[in-house]
Design a protein around this ligand. Structure first.
Ligand code: GDP
Length: 331
């Protein structure tokens, strides 16, 4: 029994003008494509490109603009889609003229808000790899101001937009995605708390809970995150999956490179140990600790066992509450 059924998955919609970078983001974050390969991605003309991933903690869809989505087309049930959406990511190409993108953003956000005021609106100011630091800040300020002015002119100041500077050429896209996903997890404070208890009882310095496929971290303990640590975790997950794909799968059984047995230990050259272990079908725990602390691996594994059980209960409980609510509303 897997507590992570579709009901608890955060649902995300990725929108933006054609060529703003949506497919590239999807391929890089969810399909391990290297950023350079996205140069050869073909643009598709489908109305709605759907990718409800079976392999990730997150499920999401991509919509293209302009032209393809006509909010006045009666056959296109955008209301239903907005209703089931937790976050709407709007991608703006920062290397291009963004007047058209801003007007699309405004139209989309106002429509979506009418249908579902609980959606989180997340704006990715994308392809910032080509910009200097000063330029980045300036672009962000300008886009932020114009988008909010448009909302104020329409009397919709209460709509909140969050902004992120992103690029597929570094970890900024993963970091932004992590923040977007974390906002959609109501159990986040509980997860943080469990991680805090786990690390303080085990002599661990830092721990992340990762969605393995996307390398989005869905929670971490309350000590600050530094980018280098996060990048090391991403590299470790890549190494584990690559090695498993090459040497871990038997040829006759169609298996997954990530399963219940998945775990890895890496000793770095500065007396730090990285420890990765499977938590659920989609999630892995990645920890940083000193070599001395790792000598008590038995204790760590026992604490991990308790942690894993608690995580399962947290998500299972939520599911039960949802089911009961559904039953009640059907009566
Ligand atoms: P879509 O139509 O919105 O799905 O856009 P695509 O994903 O097809 O991307 C259009 C182009 O933008 C491709 O050539 C990508 O290589 C490029 N691109 C996407 N993301 C980035 C980025 O972060 N930085 C840069 N420099 N180029 C990007």
């Amino acid at each position: 029994r897997d507590p992570f059924c579709s009901e608890v998955k955060p649902r995300i919609l990725l929108m933006g003008l054609r060529r703003s970078g949506k497919s590239s983001i999807q391929k890089v974050v969810f399909h391990k494509m290297s950023p350079n390969e996205t140069l050869f991605l073909e643009s598709t003309n489908k109305i709605c490109r759907e990718d409800v991933s079976n392999s990730s903690f997150v499920s999401f869809q991509i919509w293209d603009f302009p032209g393809q989505i006509d909010f006045f087309d009666p056959t296109f049930d955008y209301e239903m889609i907005f209703r089931g959406t937790g976050a709407l990511i709007f991608v703006i190409d920062s290397q291009d003229d963004y007047v058209e993108a801003l007007s699309r953003l405004h139209l989309t956000v106002t429509r979506a808000y009418k249908v579902n005021p609980d959606i989180n609106f997340e704006v990715f100011i994308h392809k910032v790899d080509g910009l200097s630091d000063d330029h980045k800040i300036e672009k962000q300020r300008d886009i932020h101001k114009r988008a909010n002015d448009d909302l104020a002119d329409a009397g919709l100041e209460r709509i909140h937009l969050s902004f992120y500077l992103t690029s597929i050429y570094d970890h900024s896209i993963f970091e932004a995605f992590s923040k977007v996903v974390q906002k959609l997890i109501p159990q986040l404070p509980t997860l943080e708390n469990l991680l805090n208890i786990f690390i303080s009882n085990s002599g661990i310095e830092k721990a992340f809970l990762f969605d393995v496929v996307s390398k989005i971290y869905i929670a971490t303990d309350s000590s600050p995150v530094d980018m280098q640590t996060y990048e090391l975790c991403c590299d470790m997950i890549d190494v584990v999956i690559d090695i498993s794909c090459i040497y871990g799968l038997s040829e006759d059984v169609a298996g997954s490179p990530y399963d219940k047995e998945s775990m890895a230990i890496i000793h770095l050259n500065n007396t730090t140990v990285m420890y990765l272990k499977e938590v659920t079908k989609f999630l892995a725990l990645v920890c940083f600790l000193r070599e001395e602390s790792f000598e008590r691996k038995g204790l760590i594994d026992y604490n991990f066992h308790c942690f894993k059980k608690a995580i399962e209960e947290v998500f299972d409980l939520r599911l039960k509450v949802q089911r009961n609510r559904k039953l009640l509303s059907q009566r």
